[in-house]
Design a protein around this ligand. Structure first.
Ligand code: NIG
Length: 429
């Protein structure tokens, strides 16, 4: 990943946009900040101007959107894309009635350890390209299918060449045959120390069958001591301490959330009222230290693929929580990178409006990654502009739909509506 360069400095005008979603309510109508008959000027990899097509400034190049919809590129804030193999047999068994269990992770661990670097890189490149075709311009991915020092460092290093953010998930499960206390010592000690230079955050699977509250606290404490931001997998398979701990530790996000108590929802919503003070609890690198609470990240494709309850996204929003939608692309519980599918599901099944779902899959994801403001650092060390919104100064990450409005994402679900994608001003689809 690299910073926009001077070679992108020619100004491009995208004009005649039927509906532009900016995510900035000061620029347009509703929480999506929608502008009809809009235009955008892109220059030097950033958005330079946003407004009515009729008052657009001159530019070096013009692109006629022909009345179609433009919105920010998807920000996929939760994936596990560094892996080898697939779990078709496990999926078939699940569809025949077997429940999902965290133990399946070890099947992918074995396949990933056995794969060569070029095999892992090629599989990741395939998934990143697939995501780009679907309109995704920002991708986080986790380690977590290596679970040895060498395999976790390898996953983080390879991931950093292709995605925007890498998260260390050594605390995914205790690998088969390992002693859980010894493994926790390894993860929070030498493994974290070895992986830290390659990642911006630390994640932990806080769940029965993975890591309990005490183990989760050890991982979060170690991450904090290393100056890394944190996120959690929590409340996926049953009620538990994940959401509560995420808020207590000032984590950037807690993800899954199929099983939330009223107190969990209140805590997630409340994390935004005292957000300024939480930045201190959160840690340093990977966090910009601003006024952020803990984002509630829902993973609709995973909920469907595991036949678990859909996360209560409607209740979270109504309570005042900040919600993100992510794909959770991984071979076990959610083998899709389609953010459009997740958005359609959030609208059709979780009760979100189109504007809420689009915002959650763009700005919400950016907030979960702490990339919604200028100045975040990508894995190559380049300082990047904000993502997740279309406003002057933001990274020019845009998708053009073959449809007059974003509503068609849910109104015509399952169709490949993405017609063009720009990332940092460069046409990538
Ligand atoms: O987010 N919940 C834990 N981790 C992944 C599942 C990974 C797997 O089953 O391989 C998830 O769903």
């Amino acid at each position: 990943m690299s910073e926009p360069t001077a070679s992108d400095a020619r100004a491009m005008l995208i004009e005649n946009i039927g509906e532009l979603t900016t995510n900035d309510p000061e620029l347009g109508e509703g929480i999506g900040g929608r502008i009809r008959e809009a235009a955008v000027v892109v220059e030097g990899g950033r958005v330079a101007w946003v407004g009515a097509s009729s008052s657009a400034p001159a530019a070096d190049e013009r692109f006629d959107a022909d009345g179609r919809a433009v919105l920010p590129g998807w920000v996929d804030s939760h994936t596990h894309m560094v892996f080898a193999g697939d779990r078709t047999a496990e999926f078939e068994a699940r569809m025949a009635g077997e429940p999902y269990a965290a133990g399946g992770i070890n099947v992918t661990v074995n396949a990933t350890r056995a794969a060569s670097d070029p095999e892992l890189e090629a599989n990741l490149a395939r998934l990143v390209a697939e995501a780009r075709r679907g309109g995704t311009t920002t991708i986080e991915t986790k380690t977590g299918y290596g679970l040895t020092v060498g395999d976790e460092v390898r996953a983080a290093r390879l991931a950093g060449r292709q995605v925007d953010a890498v998260t260390f998930l050594g605390a995914h499960v205790v690998p088969a045959g390992a002693d859980s206390a010894e493994y926790l010592d390894l993860v929070t000690g030498p493994m974290l120390a070895a992986v830290a230079p390659y990642v911006s955050a630390v994640d932990v699977f806080c769940e029965t069958g993975a890591f309990d509250e005490a183990g989760t606290r050890r991982v979060l404490d170690a991450a904090r001591a290393a100056g890394l931001a944190t996120r959690l997998h929590g409340n996926q398979l049953g009620h538990g301490p994940g959401a509560r701990l995420a808020v207590e530790y000032g984590s950037l996000s807690v993800d899954h959330l199929g099983f939330l108590s009223d107190a969990d929802i209140e805590a997630l919503a409340g994390s935004w009222s005292g957000a300024g003070s939480r930045s201190a609890a959160r840690g340093g690198r990977g966090s910009q230290g601003g006024a952020h609470g803990t984002v509630a990240t829902v993973l609709p494709a995973c909920d469907l693929s595991t036949r678990m309850p859909l996360a209560p996204a409607r209740r979270l929003l109504d309570a005042g929580a900040v919600v993100a939608i992510a794909s959770n692309c991984n071979p076990g519980t959610s083998y899709t990178s389609s953010m459009a599918f997740c958005v359609a599901t959030a609208v059709l099944q979780m009760g979100l409006t189109i504007q809420e779902a689009v915002r959650a899959a763009t700005l919400g994801g950016a907030m979960a990654l702490d990339m919604d403001r200028d100045g975040w650092t990508d894995p190559a060390g380049a300082v990047q502009p904000a993502v997740g919104a279309v406003r002057a100064g933001a990274r020019a990450d845009l998708q053009l739909l073959e449809a007059p409005s974003a509503t068609h994402l849910a109104y015509r679900p399952g169709l490949p509506l993405v017609s063009a994608v720009w990332r940092a001003g460069e046409r990538v689809v």
